[in-house]
Design a protein around this ligand. Sequence first.
Ligand code: HEM
Length: 147
Amino acid sequence: MYDFLLHFHSGWRWVLLVLLFMALYTNFTGWRSGRVRNAGDAKTNLNLMAGAHLQGIVGLWMYFLSPKVQWHASTMKDPVLRFFAVEHLLTMVIALVLITIGYVRCKRATVDRNGFRLAFWYFLVAALLLLAGIPWPFREALGAEWF
Ligand code: HEM
């Protein structure tokens, strides 16, 4: 089960990044053009939020299965243990909360242009957090894969 979750979690990262950049593009161009929001825009934002929540659920499940998550006296002193026990969890939870707030505020906005603008900025900060919090393989000590 752990192996399946790990590969799913690792691979879904790419799907989520694609959904995120599609939503950033859609909301930025919607905001700048001042056009009316349509069903496709709502679907793009919903796909992003659903994809993010799925990654979060799988991540939280793995948090209790992964040998890389260890809580003991030296967890905070060890950069790899601290990353998976604290840093990855925190950056990802904050990013997922921002995506959710961005989705809700866009949906509730009475002026379409404001909805696009709000979603764009929430999703942009979330994107920066995701990119910073992903254990990329070039951070060799973390021992993560590209897929
Ligand atoms: C609440 C949210 C999340 C939690 C609790 C979480 C938890 C974890 C845990 C425990 C691991 C280590 C697994 C292991 O190697 O044993 C991990 C690895 C990883 N996580 Fe997350 N994660 C979350 C969200 C995300 C998100 C949103 C992304 C990316 C968009 C992401 C991308 C990754 C990647 C790429 C790995 C490395 C997988 C590998 O070794 O190939 N995680 N995550």
